[in-house]
Design a protein around this ligand. Structure first.
Ligand code: CTP
Ligand code: ZN
Length: 152
């Protein structure tokens, strides 16, 4: 007999469910979205099985609906994340994250001589490739590619 499908983390009444977050980047997503500074109820599960990601995390934030610009900031650490907008226990909308045109903070510039690496300057990049994410530094113009991207 087939086991009934069970939710690993309880359903929420209203809010946002962020699914398919790579387990290793769960806390980066929490940090980028500032979830450690808000009063909303938040539940999460991690190291859940996922055919696509190996191990995934899921985050459920009650009574919170993000602006696209805010949510797209997680694209560097959770490119396959799926957002589910929940109203009255129903999934009313599904969204995917999109790599934005510009990124402030989040990543380090790979050029050791870049000012952002030795002064208190927030990094700033233009996204020059969205598929294999490549970032062009606003200050030194060097390209930081996916392979050598370090998240701050
Ligand atoms: N969810 C929730 N609370 C609800 C409804 C849904 O937390 N009231 C969560 C589910 O646990 C699931 C996600 O929102 O993680 C999406 O729900 P649903 O579309 O019903 O699930 P699936 O069909 O499995 O979604 P998909 O295959 O698109 O990931
Ligand atoms: Zn730089």
């Amino acid at each position: 007999m087939k086991e009934p499908k069970q939710l690993m983390v309880s359903a929420i009444q209203n809010g946002t469910v962020i699914d398919h977050v790579p387990a290793k980047n769960l806390f980066k997503v929490i940090q980028i979205l500032g979830l450690d500074h808000i009063d909303n109820q938040i539940t999460f599960g991690t190291n859940l099985e996922s055919k696509k990601l190996g191990r995934k995390a899921i985050i459920k934030i009650s009574d919170k609906f993000f602006e696209d610009d805010d949510i797209n900031r997680i694209a560097l650490v959770a490119p396959d994340a799926k957002l589910n907008i929940i109203r009255d226990y129903e999934v009313v909308e599904k969204k995917v994250v999109e790599v934005p045109d510009a990124i402030t903070g989040i990543a380090r510039c790979m050029n050791p001589k870049c000012i952002t690496n030795f002064e208190e300057v927030t990094t700033r990049f233009r996204v020059v490739s969205k598929k294999n994410v490549a970032l062009k530094c606003h200050y030194c113009e060097k390209i930081t590619s996916q392979e050598n991207m370090q998240i701050i």
